[in-house]
Design a protein around this ligand. Structure first.
Ligand SMILES: [Zn+2]
Length: 337
């Protein structure tokens, strides 16, 4: 296996072609992103912030690294009065639970926790796994996080509207986005007909039923009337600064054995990471690390070491056990894993 000489993209990754200089397309087409800056951020939010309100913005937090920093920045740097909103997706890690307590206490921000009734997010993920299993790991992994995303977004939007808050600060960043990579190759989507004649067609109906239940419970997932700010469009995303700040000033931490500070908030991430590798020939974390190396925010050797460590820590038997606990049959597990 060869890797891109600039980032760490392997030539086993679907859609990746290394050129004669040993560079991948993502590196060849890379344009450095210049953040809009704090001044522009203050300008963009000023009409939406009520200085007299008890809370004048929402920061959705997962207990993970970047949203923790977003909370710090909004409270301590911008001096706003945030309400932290957290959606428990039924896969919250103990690390995330502890970090959520620590970070909100450190900056004295109340934490609103939301969770679906009867662990419906987990049920949806299980039915979706079953319904996509006959079509392989690519489709399974593409659609695994849908219900959690819906839960997080709608919980934030609807809380904002209920409380008369107009601004939401998201902690996502281009540096961790896997979208540019996934746009490099054609994705397979089965036709309706293929779905209906698949051995797991029943799960398609169950999935739709539970998803509709979730939508009713959470309410619409619409940002209408709200100002959404992606914080790292305005300020530099720098892993070192972020980790240093949240560790020192918020009491945020990850176990010493953790191969990365990224995505420690969800226990399904290792499975998603593994399935991405199975489907695409490159793991999800590897795609993220290659972004960070490309933009100069992570050392190449450090990224390679983390990738190696994550591979060594991968426990496929444990994945299978967790999937069986979710009610997924051995047949479907073996179709995907
Ligand atoms: Zn590259």
């Amino acid at each position: 296996m060869k890797r891109c000489l600039k980032c760490i993209m392997p030539d086993t990754a679907k859609g990746i072609k290394l050129d004669e200089k040993g560079l991948c397309q993502l590196c060849r087409d890379y344009k450095e992103y210049v953040p809009k800056g704090e001044k522009k951020l203050r300008e963009d939010i000023k009409d939406y912030i009520d200085p007299k309100a008890e809370f004048n913005c929402i920061v959705p937090v997962s207990g993970g690294r970047d949203s923790s920093y977003a909370l710090y920045y909004v409270k301590e740097v911008l001096g706003l009065k945030p309400l932290a909103v957290h959606n428990d997706n039924d896969f919250e890690t103990e690390v995330a639970t502890n970090n959520l307590k620590a970070i909100t206490k450190a900056v004295n921000v109340p934490l609103l926790r939301i969770q679906s009734k009867n662990h419906i997010t987990k049920t949806i993920i299980a039915e979706k796994f079953k319904m996509n299993a006959p079509f392989g790991p690519g489709l399974v992994v593409e659609q695994t996080c849908e219900a959690c995303k819906y839960g997080f977004e709608s919980a934030s939007y609807n809380t904002a509207r209920q409380k008369g808050i107009k601004v939401i600060f998201w902690g996502d960043s281009l540096d961790e986005s896997t979208v540019p990579y996934h746009s490099l190759y054609a994705h397979y989507t089965p036709s309706k007909w293929k779905r209906l004649v698949s051995p797991n067609a029943l799960s398609l109906f169950k999935y739709k039923k539970y998803y509709n239940q979730m939508k009713q419970e959470y309410g619409p997932c619409s940002p209408a009337g709200l100002k959404e700010i992606h914080l790292f469009d305005y300020i530099l995303w720098d892993q070192r600064v972020i980790v240093d700040t949240i560790q020192k000033k918020m009491g945020w931490s990850v176990p010493k054995t953790s191969a990365t500070t990224w995505r420690t908030d969800c226990s399904i991430v290792p499975l998603v990471n593994y399935l991405t590798e199975k489907a695409c020939g490159v793991s999800k974390l590897e795609i993220g690390f290659s972004n960070m190396v490309r933009s100069g925010k992570m050392d190449r050797d450090e990224a390679l070491q983390s990738v190696e460590q994550i591979k060594n820590n991968t426990d496929v038997l444990k994945f299978k056990e967790s999937l069986r606990e979710m009610g997924i049959s051995n047949k479907d597990i073996n179709r995907v894993l």
